[in-house]
Design a protein around this ligand. Structure first.
Ligand code: VGL
Ligand code: ZN
Length: 191
């Protein structure tokens, strides 16, 4: 499947931030491997004049998801720190819409739709189909794709442009299976 891009398509890049890459505080194994395929999609969407959205985790220093607060994760993506910045090498154009999420201390938000205006932006842009990649397959990509399906968007999973935390072996594969179960379509190869 290599679907021709058309009006109504948008690229949705989830949380491609330094802290989620190897060397970062919540490194997703092989997470940096998604930068190259995402850059291919960025240039395709740019060439067609189609919109690009990028969510990012933007936590206060005492966020409830951090272990110090009793949460499950090491501190990561603290607002304003280098680790919260987009991955070096990600060719995000100036016109890409950037959406912070999980900015409040007491609420975590895996989905890019949770507490953001993503759905509004997509409606304004008359988006019907989302091409989704980023990090991590088993958390924020999963939750974003499921919300997108629930809100009525078609979802194309960019399989080679996402990686999983895999706290339990197989989490990533199970996440893919539940997104497909929810009606997402898989695109294996970005080349
Ligand atoms: C994420 C864990 C904690 C993600 C964010 O982007 O998938 N995972 N915060
Ligand atoms: Zn987070």
């Amino acid at each position: 499947m290599n679907p021709r891009l058309q009006a109504g398509d948008a690229l949705l890049i989830i949380d491609l931030q330094r802290d989620f890459l190897p060397g970062g505080s919540l490194a997703v194994p092989d997470g940096d491997a998604v930068v190259a395929p995402l850059n291919v999609w960025i240039s395709r969407f740019g060439a067609e004049g189609l919109p690009i959205f990028a969510t990012f985790d933007w936590h206060p220093a005492d966020h409830c998801s951090f272990r110090e607060q009793g949460g499950p994760w090491p501190a990561h993506c603290i607002a304003g720190t280098p680790g919260a910045g987009f991955a070096d090498g990600l060719a995000l154009p100036p016109g890409a819409i950037r959406l912070p999420k999980a900015t409040a201390r007491d609420v975590d938000a895996y989905s890019g739709f949770s507490g953001t205006e993503l759905h509004l932006h997509l409606q304004w842009a008359m988006v019907r189909r989302l091409f989704v990649g980023g990090l991590a397959t088993d958390y924020c990509v999963l939750r974003s794709a499921l919300d997108a399906r629930r809100l009525g968007y078609e979802v194309v999973l960019l399989r080679d442009a996402m990686r999983a935390v895999d706290l339990q072996p197989g989490d990533g594969e199970r996440a893919i299976a539940s997104m497909v179960e929810a009606g997402a379509v898989m695109l294996e190869d970005s080349a």
